[in-house]
Design a protein around this ligand. Sequence first.
Ligand code: PBG
Length: 327
Amino acid sequence: MSARYPAARPRRLRRTPALRRLVAETRLRPEELILPMFVKEGIDAPNPVESMPGVVQHTRDSLRKAAQEAAEAGVGGLMLFGIPEFKDDRGAAADDPGGIVQRALRDLSADLGDDMVIMADLCLCEYTAHGHCGVLTPTHQVDNDATLERYASIAIAQAAAGAQVVGPSGMQDGQVGAIRAALDKAGYTDVVILAYAAKYASAFYGPFRDAAEGAPQFGDRAGYQQDPANAREALREVELDLDEGADMVMVKPGLAYLDIIAKIAERVDVPVSAYQVSGEYAMVEAAARNGWIDRERAIMEALLSFRRAGAAQILTYWATEAARLLR
Ligand code: PBG
């Protein structure tokens, strides 16, 4: 009686690294990575973010240097977040032409020009004293329509300072339409809108709130960000943003929302981005510091999973390091 052998042996194609490289279905490239960066007004030296080892709040100078390093590593884009020295109820520093993000945008545009895609996060939470993503009603709700006027003005300030892409992340209804109309009217028809289309009310933003100093002083964001229970709602958010003129759409957070990325990527023809957020970064760094996980492998595996799910671009705090590893 002859031995019975499996008719199919998928292991054959896994035997050597060269074979695995040959048949890899998904690839990751440095130019698909976008580095989120924090720049803080009124500090003399970079300020480490405790809950995100390796991430700092930059000075204008250290930002320029880190942006240059990202560019040299081949990173495709930078997403800027500003932390002003003074905050008020309407986030006046957000659309001040002399505000920290506008200054930093001018610096980076002068240094990097069109060789790097320079993006600005467009929201109010880093700029308001109360830490919510918009202006408030007398009963302390975020006032959707009054906030849209603020966003429109911020978009113009960012575009004037050299932002090639604005990323509205406040999850107010109609924000993309309001921003597109304002940009067009002011002559910035070429400025791209990367809509944080499906942004969930997530615990994984915890460390970011240290980094950007934008934690809500009361309540939470569940009244405007999406409920983690919902997937179809994300498709509706994306549809609305595309109708309003979004050029690209983003899903955020990343790892806990790979299903959402996959659904959206199947459905729409614009680039879909994924944001690997602060809590995803902190989890890997913390586990690695304890010797509980192989840090580099975990980073690269998570990044690859976004591409496999259908994301074309990935926002990641590891962008520069990952780009170097990929080279
Ligand atoms: C707010 C904003 C947040 C993040 C990006 N933009 C925080 C929030 O909505 O609370 C989170 C990013 C991260 O956690 O890395 N405009």
